[in-house]
Ligand binder design. Structure first.
Ligand code: RFL
Ligand code: PHB
Length: 389
């Protein structure tokens, strides 16, 4: 079989890329390791930058988001003795949209089904080859049979644990990594959110985040040590700890209820350079990971997709290689800015096990400085709503 762009990974980046390319008449095949049900059961991101919102509209997959998504003009930041609200709208005339990654992925699958794109779920041993030639191909297996897709380009949209990045020879890639000595314990519950806006809370017992998906679906997170076991966190313990860490007024009004999902995710910053190898182009988590504190992971995946889509469009429409040649360096500029912001937010809001009293004073001082400075809030807002593409 032959296509123009073979896409490895049917998560948000793979599906959005496919959708955008199909819209301009470029053929794609998407190869996804998991079943569709599995992909649609993963609970992940919740905050879309406005640039992401606009790209989803351009891709023709925004009708449900525009109906059910919650546009937020600001967010609250709380420490044990200080609180402030960052007004995104007033600071930089932009907002964010609360709309779950799961729902966005569902919208993309539905739109792709309508177009009739070939999406192969449960594809095993997917492997891209001949990437340094003009005729690369991707092989895979399904139900015991072997297949091969010849193509012009391969998009590696297969996330952090995918195969794509690893086929770039070790001596041709550099990896930059930082791990953090804690994870996030996340709970989804069918309860009304405690606040109309997100609350990011710095507390001596650790960070907490109150987020949401809809008016009846709350998403909460707690910073926990890396060694923490999920089975040690029954719902009662989770709610009690959340209430300790949220500001008192919010804690008093938290509606508790059974969790419908609970998981622990480690925090990591990671960047692979370059994001291109011959005819292979990496997009999203396959090339970089950020800690979720800045709500940037999905949004970065979306901006990579946008850059790559533009480059491919230039190639097929104008016969120009220019965009493809510039893809990696262009994408990496935005990637590093988001990596920096996510690292900064993580340092600002988490207690570190080895934090000295000096470090704590600096952290509290920085928090209070942002609370008191319009300039600092503007910088936070401009990064949070998303730097321009
Ligand atoms: P994904 O979503 O991991 O999708 C990759 C897909 O590739 C498949 N795959 C393969 N397919 C074929 N062959 C192989 N060898 C394959 N290996 C893997 C996988 O099954 C999967 O379906 O990567 P993608 O598309 O780049 O999307 C990235 C986002 O998922 C990620 O950045 C965000 O979820 C990060 N993130 C957040 N980002 C935000 O922008 N805002 C947020 O509020 C936010 N919150 C979060 C988050 C991530 C979290 N976790 C669980 C790490 C909150 C959490 C808790
Ligand atoms: C979420 O709702 O899942 C969420 C929101 C904000 C973040 C991270 C995750 O910074």
């Amino acid at each position: 079989m032959r296509t123009q762009v073979a896409i490895i990974g049917g998560g948000p980046s793979g599906l959005l890329l496919s959708q955008l390319l199909n819209k301009i008449g470029v053929e794609t095949v998407v190869l996804e390791r998991q079943t569709r049900e599995y992909v649609l059961s993963r609970i992940r991101a919740g905050v879309l930058e406005w640039g992401s919102v606009e790209l989803l509209r351009k891709a023709g997959v925004a009708s449900r988001m525009d109906k059910d998504g919650l546009a937020h003009e600001g967010a609250l930041f709380a420490s044990e003795n200080n609180q402030f609200r960052v007004d995104f709208k007033a600071m930089c005339d932009k907002m964010v949209m609360i709309y779950g990654q799961t729902e966005m992925t569902r919208d993309l699958y539905e739109a792709q089904d309508k177009i009739g794109t070939k999406i192969v779920n449960s594809a095993e041993n997917v492997f891209p080859s001949d990437l340094e030639t003009g005729s690369p191909y991707v092989s895979y297996e399904k139900e015991g049979r072997e297949y091969r897709i010849d193509c012009d380009f391969v998009a590696g949209c297969d996330g952090f644990h995918g195969i794509s990045r690893t086929v770039i020879p070790k001596n041709s890639r550099r990896e930059f990594e930082k791990t953090y000595p804690f994870g996030w314990l996340g709970v989804l519950s069918e309860t009304p959110p405690v606040s109309d806006e997100l609350i990011y809370a710095l507390h001596d017992r650790g960070f907490a985040l109150a987020s949401m998906r809809t008016a009846m679906l709350s998403r909460y997170y707690l910073q926990v040590p890396l060694a923490e076991k999920l089975q040690d966190w029954d719902d009662d313990r989770f709610w009690a700890e959340l209430k300790r860490r949220l500001p008192v007024k919010a804690a008093e009004t938290v509606t508790t209820g059974p969790s419908i999902e609970k998981s622990i995710a480690p925090l990591r910053s990671f960047v692979c350079e370059p994001m291109r190898w011959g005819r292979l182009f990496l997009c999203g988590d396959s090339a970089h990971i950020v800690p979720p504190t800045g709500a940037k992971g999905l949004n970065l995946a979306i901006s990579d997709v946008y850059y790559f889509y533009q480059a491919i469009s230039e190639f097929y429409r104008q016969g120009s290689q220019h965009g493809l040649d510039g893809y990696s360096s262009k994408a990496l500029v935005r990637v590093w800015r988001a990596v920096r912001f996510s690292w900064w937010m993580t340092n600002l809001l988490h207690r570190f096990p080895d934090q000295s009293e000096f470090d704590q004073r600096i952290q509290n001082c920085e928090f209070d400085y942002i609370a008191s400075s319009r300039a600092a809030q503007k910088s936070l807002a401009e990064n949070y709503v998303g730097l321009p593409y």
